[in-house]
Write a protein that binds this ligand. Sequence first.
Ligand code: FE2
Ligand code: FE2
Length: 287
Amino acid sequence: MERLARIARKLSDASVKRYNNPYAEFQWPQDLPMDQWHFAPELISLYGLEEYAALNEPQQKQLAFWEAVNFFGINIHGEKALIGGLAEHLYYMNWSPELSEYLHHFLDEENKHMTVFGTFCHRYGKKVYADKKMALPRDYAKGEADFLFFAKVVIFEELVDHYNMAMGKDERLHPLVQHINQYHHNDEARHLAFGRELSKSLFEQWAPTWNEQTLAGVQAYLSNYIVSTWREYYNPAVYADAGFDNSYALYQKAWSAPACRAHREAVSANCINYFLEHGMMTERPAL
Ligand SMILES: [Fe+2]
Ligand SMILES: [Fe+2]
């Protein structure tokens, strides 16, 4: 925990230095030009399918716009859950003061991100796609819920950050979309450093006290979580908004297409390797 306190202190200093005001950071044009890209074509969930290749460029750009609204919505819902969990861990048990100090920044930054994503979705998409994740109440072993919460944060943020990094510097995209992705990545780099360290530390502290059944449950839970997180990147409502009339069949086809599975595996590799390396996962989830 001492190492963790040191890291938290450094990250707090960095957050103070990079403290930002999203209301000053972004100018929001009245409308977005639909002849530009708002999502990288290769990251579109249908990329690699014949249905995508059959679209003309204006149709691909239309789909890209709705994929952006979906991606920003995934962020909103993930951050909403994140904020709740971060708040619960402020001044938590015997955790060091440095952790609470950093959690204040973490929470503040996530709240700001949500306002940016929410503004984009409401202003240009006139909607935020619904949250599909469900969490059923269950019992936890000591330390298990804390570990799972921060491990989920790492999974959620690793996937998002892959997209942010790719699109933050993608000159093909509308400058506002590039800016949002870059802005998010700048804060997420710190969140990921913290989340990786904290989940590892919680696992090292608590896993030796868990029985075999709890350990197997943790593995299954994380595998299910990564799969259900990926599911959100494939949204039938997006395909309907982009003009497809077979949106649910398309969703199922995209989910099981080898090209799309290969994409999910490539994007998740770093994150899964980290969990495997530190024993937090015992096998690669079937994506
Ligand atoms: Fe965020
Ligand atoms: Fe974050």
